[in-house]
Design a protein around this ligand. Structure first.
Ligand code: URA
Length: 210
């Protein structure tokens, strides 16, 4: 398996993920937990953000203190389940710019078909974080990154909640340069392209559509 990934190995992440996996976890809890885990995934995904020093005045003294450098981060959600991670990330980075990509999986071929693309105009000097809870077959993620790379972003990362060896392999076969940040790598994909043991359909669980 390619090595350009990070499993966020934190007790809070593990605990929250276990609750999300349970079949009887309510939609409201699932949504809240995804938001909470996304803060922790976001913490890891932003650990190398650039800083510059700024001269400031505290109530007591002048000091030189670090502040984020460069343009605002761009968060891109792969619709529709990406919204769950996006919401958490926006709590962490409220002034981030936001893009959306609509992709659905053809149920027979499992290939990704784009139906929507709206991202901030100039990506070339921005750090972009792509959000999708499930990196399963990897086909949607590969298609999303193909498309976003056309905008030549300054940097690009992919944040998901769960993945599996097949998904990670496929993703890095196409995009070995893109780091993946995830809460867990599960056992395998089933014949319908779902992650096992997984947590079911993240979009349905997030929006209560099943
Ligand atoms: N998408 C989901 O929502 N769940 C999976 O297990 C795989 C893809």
């Amino acid at each position: 398996m390619a090595s350009n990934y990070t499993v966020v190995d934190h007790p809070l992440v593990k605990h929250k993920l276990t609750l999300m996996r349970k079949a009887d976890t309510s939609t409201a809890s699932f949504r809240a937990l995804l938001g909470e885990i996304s803060l922790l995934l976001g913490y890891e995904a932003t650990r190398d953000m650039k800083l510059r020093d700024e001269e400031i005045q505290t109530p007591l003294a002048k000091m030189t203190s670090p502040i984020l450098d460069g343009k605002k981060v761009v968060l891109i959600s792969i619709m529709r389940a990406g919204q769950g991670i996006l919401d958490g990330m926006l709590t962490l980075m409220p002034s981030a710019r936001v893009g959306h990509i609509g992709l659905y999986r053809d149920p027979k071929t499992l290939t990704a078909i784009e139906y929507y693309y709206k991202v901030p105009g100039k990506l070339d000097d921005r750090d972009v974080i792509v959000c999708d809870p499930m990196l399963a077959t990897g086909n949607s993620a590969v298609a999303a990154i193909d498309r976003i790379k056309q905008g030549r972003p300054g940097s690009l990362k992919f944040v998901c909640l769960l993945t599996c060896p097949e998904g990670l392999e496929n993703f890095h076969a196409h995009h070995p340069d893109i780091p993946v940040i995830t809460a867990a790598i599960d056992e395998r994909l089933n014949e319908h392209g779902y992650i096992l043991p997984g947590l079911g359909d993240a979009g349905d669980r997030l929006f209560g559509t099943k």
